[in-house]
Design a protein. Structure first.
Length: 567
């Protein structure tokens, strides 16, 4: 994302920089309105023929005009900003020649200035930033000699330094010297005189190694060696380092607080109070660091930070753990956890077993690399090979009887996944898929009805059950009607067929086509039988004859046990 330069908001109102900036912005906005013509129009494209030469000429003219506009914008802005003129190329008298010139007006160089001679920089004006970027130091650097008149040097409108009649005068309320002062003559401070002969005040010599050895006199020396004990009843102030390599004790009011009594062992018998934004370092890097009033940091630069070791009994979490900017609570002190970015988990230093993923705001969830177990580690579980989902579950049963009953557990596996369809009704214009269920068990048992929205069929077969239809193939099927079933194709029966209720004999009821168990013959019993064409009987047994509106002929080929009447 584009970010506006912070320097734009700091441009001084009415300055040359503001004028030049505004002219550039205005000119660039005007230049951006230039657009190329539509090269797809009939002027450039005739049917399928493109006038490439004309398009190249147009683009060349466009580039030439753009370059000239940009050049004019740059020249006009610079001239107009420096002279107050512009438009039309007027002005230009305000320039200073690069080969040397004089100025009649004021010279402002508010964004840095350097001057020198013969190509060598002598004077430089610049700023440097402090650690706090809001504070800057202005510097005038001179690489060479600074020659001043007898008027000397003024600081804050005060003539601090002046040299006249071979006397250097320094005028200041207080003078602070940080460093050594070397003098080959005398230094006189009113009644105090310092020279090579010593220090005198009102003709009294100062005490030194040659004239001082009293308890009531302060002592100053370069080096000192104490063969016995050194006792100091007052305060000890050291302007340099203190070395105590054979042990040390530090305390307060006679109480030992910090001591060094063994090699590489310092014992602290009190609190360590760190004031301000400081900390404890290891090899120059902070281990504990108070960064501000709200943050104390524990760190191990380029090392491993351990909490506890093999001898640690436990680590108790007394408050919640948050992410780096304190927005999300990751682990609470009561054990709840939340990982907003991602999560992975394994077991026994093995591979990752579960992790989160996110493809989009809708497609996000968990990835299980191995089993999902329920109840116990030997309980039912799911796993996948990447294509199929498998279910493993225990099959428990008892064997034996009486006191010899043993419990047996077998693990059975079932699976379901998509395979290439082998259905005879699969679409032929594309690849077809089927959802396949497999199991090691002998049967599938459902405690509810199984319903299909279209049909229920058999793999690699045309046998299928549809709404009101049962197909065995394309030409043999059953069709349910309002009051029965319609058969397409021949019907073959192995055993008997008849009405729901059937009893044989003249006084019986119902109908049936039944095999006689004694003779093996197939016998049919009906209450009535109508034959529109010829009926052929190889043997006819008649117990009652009745002819309606016709004649009954009996030939010599007709036989019977008893003839009651011939008409």
């Amino acid at each position: 994302m584009a970010k506006l330069n912070e320097g734009i908001s700091q441009i001084e109102k009415g300055s040359i920089l503001e004028t030049m900036y505004n002219r550039f912005v205005s000119g660039m906005e005007q230049a951006s309105h230039e657009t190329l013509p539509d090269f797809t129009g009939p002027e450039y494209v005739d049917g399928y023929v493109v006038n490439e030469e004309k398009i190249k000429d147009e683009i060349s003219d466009y580039e030439d005009i753009t370059r000239k506009n940009a050049a004019y914008l740059l020249a006009n802005t610079i001239v107009g900003s420096l002279t107050g003129g512009g438009d039309g190329g007027e002005g230009g008298g305000g320039f200073v020649s690069i080969n040397g010139d004089s100025m009649a007006g004021k010279l402002n160089a508010l964004y840095g200035f350097a001057a020198g001679f013969n190509g060598i920089k002598i004077l430089d004006v610049y700023q440097i930033s402090k650690p706090n970027q809001d504070k800057k130091t202005s510097i005038v650097s001179i690489d060479g000699e600074l020659h001043l008149s007898s008027c000397g040097l003024y600081i804050n409108n005060t003539n601090i330094l002046k040299y006249e009649n071979y006397i250097l005068s320094i005028k200041a309320g207080n003078i602070l010297l940080d460093g050594n002062v070397m003098c080959s003559g005398r230094i006189t401070l009113e009644e105090l005189e310092i020279s090579n002969n010593g220090i005198k005040y009102k003709d009294y010599d100062f005490y030194h190694a040659g004239n001082s050895n009293k308890e009531d006199v302060s002592w100053t020396m370069k080096d000192g060696t104490v063969a016995g004990n050194l006792s100091v009843s007052g305060d000890g102030v050291f302007g340099s380092s203190v070395s105590a390599l054979y042990g040390v004790k530090l305390g307060f009011e006679g109480t030992d607080v910090l001591s060094v009594s063994a090699p590489r062992l310092a014992q602290l018998r009190g609190d360590l109070n760190l004031i301000g934004w400081v900390g404890i370092q290891l090899n120059g890097n902070y281990v504990i660091h108070a960064k501000n009033s709200n943050i104390i940091s524990f760190s191990a630069n380029d090392k491993i930070l351990n909490f506890g070791d093999d001898g640690t009994k436990q680590i108790n979490l007394q408050t919640s753990v948050y992410d780096d900017d304190g927005e999300y609570e990751l682990i609470s002190k009561f054990g709840s956890a939340y990982f907003p970015a991602s999560f992975k988990a394994g077991h026994g230093l093995g591979n990752v077993l579960v992790e989160t993923y996110k493809k989009s705001s809708e497609d996000a969830g968990l990835i299980f690399k191995r089993y999902i177990r329920f109840n116990t580690k030997d309980g039912p579980g799911f796993y996948s090979n990447g294509d199929t989902i498998f279910l493993e579950a225990p099959f428990k049963y008892n064997q034996g009887s009486g006191d010899n009953v043993t419990s047996t557990i077998e693990v059975k596996e079932s699976s379901f996944g998509y395979i290439e369809s082998s259905s005879l009704y699969a679409p032929l214009n594309r690849k077809s898929s089927s959802l396949k269920f497999s199991t090691d068990a002998d049967f599938f048992v459902f405690n509810k009805a199984i319903e299909g929205e279209k049909s229920i069929g058999i793999a690699n077969s045309k046998t299928r059950l549809l709404d009101n239809e049962l197909f065995f193939n394309d030409s043999i099927y059953w069709l349910a009607l309002e009051n029965g079933v319609k058969h397409y194709g021949d019907a073959y029966f192995v055993n008997n067929i008849g009405s729901v209720v059937f009893s044989s004999g003249f006084a019986g009821s119902g109908w049936g086509i039944i095999q006689n168990l004694l003779t093996g013959n197939i016998e049919a019993t009906f209450d009535g039988l109508t034959i529109r064409k010829k009926a052929r009987f190889y043997e006819l047994e008649v117990q009652k004859q009745s002819v309606t509106n016709g004649s009954l002929w009996v030939s010599d080929s007709c036989s019977g046990d008893l003839v009651e009447e011939i008409v």
